[in-house]
Design a binder for this molecule. Sequence first.
Ligand code: HEC
Length: 137
Amino acid sequence: MFRSSMIRRLTLTVLAPAVAAVLLVPATLCADAASDAFFTTKVWPIIDKNCTSCHGADKQKGKLRLDSRAGWIKGGEDGKILVEGDPDKSDVIAAIKYMAKDEDDNMPPKKKTRLTSDQVAIISDWIKQGLPWADAK
Ligand code: HEC
């Protein structure tokens, strides 16, 4: 009797939190690693190939830089370009879908260089995830 309650208490106070920690820590690390990989392998190549020539270190068209997370969050001369976590309310998504209110705002400006629907979906997912940005790029 005494023994079994000791064991039960031991299980609850020591083992349960230990088990929870062992289960939770790798799950968190995995989520970070997965979103880093998503950014590095899927998102960044699209931005780098299609946007940074005009919105990077050399040129900042529309006073906008897209080569850092801070640049995406800050926006350009007309203000914010997105709502974190909400691609449907993000002007930049309308722009790359070629559905901007003013067609001059569609991006990239040359229609023949516009993104594919798969690429738009990746940028949209990325905004939905809160723009995870990995430094290794
Ligand atoms: C060939 C150059 C060029 C490329 C490539 C380009 N842009 Fe632009 N972008 C511009 C110019 C020029 C403006 C300013 C337009 C204006 O002021 O009317 C602009 C403005 C913008 C704006 C509005 C900024 C503001 O506040 O006024 C957004 C958002 C934008 N670009 C996103 C993108 C994205 C995303 C990409 C890549 C998919 C991209 N652009 C690629 C030239 C480019």
